[in-house]
Design a protein around this ligand. Structure first.
Ligand SMILES: [Ca+2]
Length: 130
């Protein structure tokens, strides 16, 4: 028997954790048996959804809008933005909604990474300059 994420959510399993699930079977003679199993639901990392202009000229300010989604209850705890021009990555607080950078030389990409409340590793996403 396969259950969808929506069916599990109907049972109250809407985020990662360890759950006990049971099944009951009844035969034609009205005899019933019950068995239980342990279900481990692992945490899904957040998806980073940065957005910004497709390009910027050297010397002008580039602004990236920071956004992330998570299918569970995780929230963003930190942002890191790699600007792709050799400068050091910048760290932004969880409530940052934009990050700005002035490119002093051409770059081909920028990358926003997110650290969430329950996943310590950073999850990347990229914006590609055309
Ligand atoms: Ca999650």
């Amino acid at each position: 028997m396969a259950l969808s994420w929506g069916e599990l959510a109907d049972w109250g399993i809407s985020d990662n954790g360890v759950f006990t699930v049971g099944a009951t079977a009844t035969n034609g003679e009205d005899r019933t048996a019950v068995a239980f199993a342990t279900l481990t639901v692992r945490n899904t990392p957040p998806t980073v959804l940065p957005s910004g202009a497709a390009g910027v000229y050297v010397g002008q300010t580039y602004v990236v809008t920071l956004a992330a989604t998570d299918p569970g209850a995780d929230t963003v705890s930190q942002w890191q933005v790699y600007w792709g021009d050799g400068s050091l990555p910048e760290v932004f607080p969880s409530d940052a909604v934009t990050a700005a950078h002035v490119y002093m030389r051409p770059a081909r990409w920028t990358s926003a990474w997110v650290r969430s409340t329950r996943i310590p590793r950073l999850q990347p996403s990229y914006l590609i300059f055309l």
